[in-house]
Design a protein around this ligand. Sequence first.
Ligand SMILES: Nc1ncnc2c1ncn2[C@@H]1O[C@H](COP(=O)(O)OP(=O)(O)OP(=O)(O)O)[C@@H](O)[C@H]1O
Ligand SMILES: [Mg+2]
Length: 216
Amino acid sequence: MFITFEGIEGCGKTTQVQRLEKLLSDHDIQVLFTLEPGGTGIGTNIRRILLDTENKKIVPLTELLLYEADRAQHIEEMIKPALNEGKWVVCDRFFDATVAYQGSARGQDMKLIRFLNEKVTQGIRPDLTFLLDCPVHTGLKRALMRNLSVHDEGQDRFEKEKEQFHHKVREGYLALARQNKKRFKVIDATRSVDEMALDISDHMMPFIRSHLKNAK
Ligand SMILES: Nc1ncnc2c1ncn2[C@@H]1O[C@H](COP(=O)(O)OP(=O)(O)OP(=O)(O)O)[C@@H](O)[C@H]1O
Ligand SMILES: [Mg+2]
C-alpha cells in the first residue's frame, strides 16, 4: 500500500507521518517512511538546491525539472523496490505537490507536469492521499513557530513566498481532492494533533485489518 501526505507549509504533515509510523509499527507492518524532495542521497542534494534562499535565480522550469529529477531517483531507488518487497510506503509529499505548487501556484503548464509525473513515477500512484487542509495563516504560523523553536536556518525558499502563493497552493490541492475523490481523504488540519491523528487512524484501521487478515 502506498500512502502520501499533502498540504500547505506547516499544516502538520511531518507530525502526522510520525503518528502513523507509531500506529503501523504497533501493528508490526513493514513500512518505508520517506519524503520528497530528498528521499535519496542524490535527492538530498537536489532538495538543498530547491530550498536554498540564496537560489533566487532558479527559473520555474528548472524548479519543476529538479522536483521531477528528485522523484525519478526516489521511485527507482526507494519506492518501487519497497513496494515490490511487499512493504507499505508512506511519503511526506509526492506528485500532487508538483501539481499544486509548480502548476496551480506557479502557473506552469499542467499538461507538461502531468506528463513528467507519469513518466518519472513509471505509473506508480498512491493508493491513498491524506490532504491536511487548513487556512494559509494557520499553516504559516505553525511553520514559523517551528523554525523559531528548532533554531534552524529559518524560512526556506517556499516559506518566503507571498501569502497569495500559498492560497493558490491550497486551492490547487483542494481541486485535486475534488478530481480524485476515491484516492483523497481531506483532513481538517485546524484541529489538534491528537484529533487529526485519530481521524487518520480511523481511516487507516480497515486497511490495517485487511492487511493483517491476508498476512495470516
Ligand atoms: N494540529 C496541530 N496543531 C498545532 N500545532 C501543530 C499541529 N500539527 C503540527 N503542529 C506544529 O506545527 C509545526 C509544523 O508542523 P509540521 O512540521 O508537522 O508541518 P509540515 O506540514 O510537515 O510542514 P512543512 O510543509 O514545512 O514540512 C510543528 O512545530 C508542529 O509541532
Ligand atoms: Mg514537514
